[in-house]
Design a binder for this molecule. Structure first.
Ligand SMILES: Cc1cc2nc3c(=O)[nH]c(=O)nc-3n(C[C@H](O)[C@H](O)[C@H](O)COP(=O)(O)O)c2cc1C
Length: 191
């Protein structure tokens, strides 16, 4: 029997009250339905400092414990879902920082971008796709853009029902994640 691919969910937002984590929690069952195991990689929990390695990541030299731990977690994945909000027409600094820490671990990794925002996070997704292609991530399909509606938020701008928000894009998410799982499974067979 072949092993189930391990698909990481990289939660790109780190604010104390955020949409990112409850949305990421909803992606777990979609990944599992697609035949893979989900691994939550929440940047708010990783607490990576701003890049503090002396040598560039392409050197492969890692000296700090947090760099080594982050590298090991990414290396252990067979595929990745990058989950990003749209911050001022781009993706969050914490996500760029987490990407910049590594090089070889990203290369060839099947992945999809899932974004959210008032226009579905399309600017953030486009910017992130450009960077991920540059570092050699194997993006599968066009990803998924999840647009907010005003009724998604209460008067204090907290999302009222993250499962309902994700459910509106469930078919698209399932199709996108299935592409990542299929590519990840192919890589597992090839090894
Ligand atoms: C710094 C910042 C910038 C934002 N810029 C945008 C934007 O350009 N486009 C957009 O649709 N929403 C924007 N928003 C609203 C976010 O889409 C919304 O707050 C969302 O919940 C952010 O994701 P998070 O809760 O996971 O941090 C911005 C929010 C923040 C905090």
């Amino acid at each position: 029997m072949s092993a189930r691919p391990r698909i990481g969910i990289i939660v790109g937002s780190t604010r104390p009250v955020r949409v990112g984590r409850p949305v990421a929690d909803e992606l777990v069952s979609i990944i599992e339905t697609a035949g893979a195991d989900a691994v939550m990689l929440d940047l708010a929990e990783q607490r990576l400092p701003l890049l503090d390695e002396a040598l560039p990541p392409a050197s492969g030299v890692r000296t700090n414990d947090h760099t080594i731990a982050w590298a090991e977690q990414i290396d252990a994945l067979d595929g990745i879902v990058f989950l990003t909000p749209d911050y001022n027409s781009g993706y969050p600094a914490a996500l760029k920082n987490a990407i910049d820490y590594l090089k070889a671990e990203w290369e060839g990794k099947p992945a999809a971008i899932v974004s959210y925002g008032w226009a579905g996070g399309r600017s953030a997704a486009a910017q992130l796709a450009s960077v991920l292609r540059y570092i050699g991530v194997a993006l599968q399909g066009a990803g998924v853009q999840m647009p907010f509606q005003s009724t998604d938020f209460d008067e204090s701008m907290r999302m009222v029902d993250a499962p309902a928000f994700v459910a509106r894009s469930r078919d698209e998410l399932q199709a996108s994640i299935e592409l990542v799982v299929a590519a990840a499974a192919d890589e597992l067979v090839a090894v």
